[in-house]
Design a protein around this ligand. Structure first.
Ligand code: CA
Length: 505
């Protein structure tokens, strides 16, 4: 990955046996599995093992050249201090603006643009989830065929309930997450709420006056299940269907319009990562991130435990010292959150990550942050906050796929890019998810789940630039509805999973 590295990874399918002589004359002294590291030179005990020109660990004993360098040979570096970070020190980004790129989207009254036209029914509390799910099925069967321009009807089901200590300071995170998901660009400003009635999180607290778009003379549209007029279960279902009709009518009247690519809000994420993630898919995504930023669009990168070990690089790329300080503040908050549970960032890596060649969180982080490209970081969002201006943003979220996706939806994401090496069928009902495979073997085996094969970079069939442009054009096609992702085709929808650091009683 860098000329200074003393390890490289074996790209060959199935790995390479001991005794293999590499083109530069190095002989493998161990069998090295695919995606795993091989020592390019002898590495003395306590010396740094360098990948991406970063110490991803220190040798626990002497490692000969040609040996398999796995996690059991490495001592992980400490997380760097947060009080001496560079602030907005990176050289000026001199990339030229990209002009003339457009997509076909749905313009919203608040200036945002949807890539899909969906009726989303907001719920205040988990108690109503079953009723809303039943009603959504009825709407799909009985009403949706009459509104062919509406892509889907979904219930925004979630785990929030009265057990959450609603006045605890951290409860603001799940509450603002739900509020801001309701305002996601793909829902067209059509806010419809199903409430139970007795819950702590009343509709007026979830969506206070002034936070949602209302037409003149209208108040928040709420179906309250405990209201006296609903007699029996079918009374509730009929009320939800009746409430849905005007929203469906207005959504159905909308048409796609040509809008500049700057209206895209792309959330990037990885999951089920392997050592190829940082070599193929994430660099291609990073190149595409730069293209999107050059086109004036917004990109959200996230996954705090996968940014923590690269924080000095990231604060250097901040546009102002204030943005750098906000990033450091999010890291410190997350360090404390993990410490409360007697854990740290090293809890991030999975057995699959390690089997795929990622020795520890430092190595994983260096491969993960490449998704953010090279553009300046112009803003920071705390968990559940909504985007306020364009450009590359650090949206602080856990790395957990569903929690990260849920928080990126709240930030205003209208398109999601997801890279995977081990393979995951991840998808969301709210926005299209474009999945990028890190390896050709995965892309072939999961030919009807992966939307793009970045493994071609490791195969030597495409460059990072080629794949970055290909992804950029694919995003414009998917955003325009000209192409569907595989997750949309199969309707693979993961749940909304709230990040709730507040106590539950
Ligand atoms: Ca993730």
């Amino acid at each position: 990955m860098h000329a200074a590295d003393n390890v490289a990874i074996v790209a060959n399918d199935g790995g390479l046996p001991a005794g293999t002589v590499l083109p530069d004359g190095l002989t493998l002294v161990d069998r090295v599995p695919q995606g795993h590291k091989v020592a390019l030179t002898a590495i003395a005990q306590d010396a740094a093992v360098l990948r991406y020109n970063v110490p991803i660990g220190y040798a626990l004993k002497d490692i000969p050249a040609g040996a398999w360098v796995h996690e059991r040979l490495l001592h992980m570096p400490e997380a760097c201090a947060l009080d001496q970070l560079p602030q907005a020190t990176a050289p000026r980004w001199d990339a030229q603006p990209l002009q003339g790129y457009t997509f076909e989207g749905y313009r919203n009254a608040d200036g945002s643009v949807g890539t899909r036209n969906i009726l989303a029914i907001t719920t205040t509390v988990q108690c109503v989830a079953g009723v809303v799910d039943f009603a959504v099925q009825r709407i799909k069967e009985q009403l949706l065929p009459r509104y062919p321009n509406v892509d889907d009807v979904i219930g925004l089901e979630h785990s929030y309930g009265c057990g959450v200590a609603i006045d605890a300071p951290d409860a603001i995170i799940p509450i603002r997450t739900l509020r801001n998901i309701t305002l996601n660009p793909n829902f067209g400003g059509e806010v419809m709420v199903v409430s139970l009635g007795c819950e702590k999180l009343q509709p007026e607290r979830l969506l206070p006056a002034g936070t949602i778009p209302l037409r003149a003379g209208e108040s928040l549209d709420v179906v309250c299940l405990q209201a006296d007029q609903h007699v029996g279960f079918m009374g509730m279902i009929d009320a939800v269907l009746a409430a849905a009709v005007p929203h469906l009518e207005r959504l159905n009247a909308r048409r796609r319009e040509t809008v500049p690519a700057s209206a895209l809000v792309v959330g990037v994420q990885c999951g089920g990562s392997d050592a190829f993630s940082g070599v193929t898919a994430n660099p291609a995504v990073g190149y595409c991130t730069d293209l999107l930023v050059r086109a004036g669009a917004s990109v959200l990168f996230s996954e705090t435990t996968e940014v923590r070990d690269a924080i000095a690089q990231m604060t250097a790329r901040a546009t102002t010292p204030e943005v750098a300080q906000a990033m450091a503040r999010e890291m410190a908050w997350y360090d404390a959150y993990l410490a409360r549970g007697q854990a740290d960032r090293s809890a991030n890596t999975t057995p699959g990550n390690k089997a795929g060649g990622l020795s520890n969180i430092v190595e994983k982080a260096m491969g993960s942050i490449i998704k953010s490209g090279t553009a300046p970081i112009s803003g920071v969002l705390s968990p559940g906050e909504k985007l306020q201006h364009k450009g590359l943003h650090y949206a602080a979220t856990p790395a957990s796929d569903f929690v990260c996706g849920t928080l990126q939806l709240a930030a205003g994401m209208n398109l999601h890019v997801f890279t995977t090496g081990r393979g995951t069928p991840y998808g969301l009902a709210e926005v299209p998810v474009v999945k990028v495979a890190t390896r050709t073997e995965l892309a072939r085996r999961w030919h009807d789940l992966m939307d793009l094969n970045a493994g071609r970079i490791a195969d030597g069939d495409a460059t990072i630039e080629d794949m970055g442009w290909e992804l950029f054009h694919l995003l414009l096609d998917v955003a325009s509805g000209r192409k569907k992702t595989w997750a949309e085709h199969w309707k693979l929808h993961n749940a909304l999973v709230l990040f709730n650091p507040a106590p539950i009683t």
